[in-house]
Design a protein. Structure first.
Length: 293
């Protein structure tokens, strides 16, 4: 990547696999005088499978107007021929990110710390919480904090989500649930499809739902984990982006599991968010393709 990120673009592609895709894409970019910096690809099956590609390239002098023209030309000359789902994303414009949290701080503090030191390519526009507890910690990072309480009834939940959408006002590319202990309504999830990332304190698909550490302790597990996934209407069933585990023993109680698991949660969530921001994740049905360096 160029140091300044100016005129650098990421191209994501999903399409039916067939011969000539790589040649067509690289030939198009060469014809525009673009220099490919990184290129990754994956096929589920060379005969009748799905093809996935991530290209990062530098095109001298490219600005937003030029990018719009490039999109039109790519659709006409390449994408339409290969029936592609694709996107061209300018690296020099940080993605707009909103974080939702409750009372637990380890996941959100990890995100804010990494963002502050420049590890996350994002503009964190605000943090929204259903509790006021983390206001001071969040505002210490210079990020606006909004308290939106959630009543237990469905009407209260919908009212809270309406307030959240009012605050966001459409100005976001990703919503991160950093231990936001509320189940989102299907309407909210549908509005932000493949843009909501959640951290679940379990190695999914084990222990879906609430209180997974207690249920893991009751089962006497020898491994606990955490899972970052996109949110869908089905609870904890969304496409998985990243997971990790740690060994535990019979001597650990529930509080020990929560403490040990919290460390995994914050790292797993941070990696998943970073990969999303860097256009490394492509959703493929109930799975993801993650192009990692």
């Amino acid at each position: 990547m160029t140091e300044s990120k100016e005129s650098t673009v990421r191209l994501l592609i999903t399409c039916p696999d067939q011969p000539g895709i790589v040649a067509a894409v690289s030939g198009f970019l060469h014809g525009k005088n673009a220099n490919i910096i990184h290129s990754d690809q994956h096929s589920t099956d060379p005969e009748g499978g799905r093809f996935f590609m991530r290209n990062e390239f530098y095109l001298p002098g490219l600005d937003l107007d030029g990018l719009d023209k490039l999109r039109e030309e790519f659709e006409a000359e390449v994408a339409s021929q290969f029936i592609m789902d694709w996107s061209l994303n300018p690296v020099w414009i940080p993605k707009r990110m909103v974080i939702l949290c409750s009372k637990v701080d380890h996941a959100i503090m990890e995100l804010l710390w990494r963002w502050k030191r420049g590890d996350l390519e994002a503009d964190i526009s605000m943090v929204i919480s259903n509790h006021p507890d983390l206001r001071g910690a969040v505002e210490h990072f210079g990020v606006p904090f909004h308290h939106v309480p959630v009543e237990r009834s469905l009407r209260g939940k919908v009212a809270a989500e309406d307030k959240i959408m009012e605050l966001i006002n459409g100005q976001m590319d990703i919503i991160v649930l950093a231990r936001y202990m509320q189940i989102l309504t299907p309407d909210f999830v549908k509005r932000y499809s493949s843009r909501i990332i959640n951290i679940h304190h379990s190695f999914l698909p084990a222990f879906i739902g609430a209180d997974p550490y207690r249920r893991a302790h009751e089962r006497g597990v020898k491994l606990i984990g955490a899972t970052a996934h996109y949110v869908t209407e089905e609870l904890d069933e969304g496409p998985i982006i990243e997971q990790d585990v740690i060994r535990v023993t019979h001597s650990h109680d529930v509080d020990d599991l929560k403490r040990l698991g919290g460390d995994i949660e914050r790292h797993v969530l941070a990696r998943a968010v970073k990969w999303h921001l860097e256009d490394r994740v492509i959703v493929d049905g109930n799975k993801t393709i993650v192009f990692r360096r």
